[in-house]
Design a protein around this ligand. Sequence first.
Ligand SMILES: [Zn+2]
Length: 135
Amino acid sequence: MRDGWVNAEEMRWTARHWATTMGLERSGIRIMPLKKKWGSMSLRGWMTLSSELLDLPKELGEYVIVHELVHQLAPNHGRVFKAFLKSYMPDWEERHALLQKHVVIDGKWVAEKLVLSDQDEQMLDPVVEQTAKSC
Ligand SMILES: [Zn+2]
């Protein structure tokens, strides 16, 4: 079992730490329930993190933090964005893939590692799509 977050304050501290490391100290941090996103970054530098991340392993929340901070350097997910991401977090692709495996079913976070019937898969796909698009 991987380590989880102690509380929201720890996640906030980690986000501040990364912002300082990346020279983006002026970022503001909010943690709140987000229905279809893991996180977002406003033009003014406000980072919003989904409070659902508190229930997932730390390394996944950390990925979302770094991902959102990199958006201050590169707004879209192009080549420049990925180059920055890779330099700050060399294993980001692995974490991204793990995060994609976490979906909500009946209000519970589950890993999508279970073997699914065709019917389940149809139900699951739109959720995975949403998380894939919104990061
Ligand atoms: Zn993004």
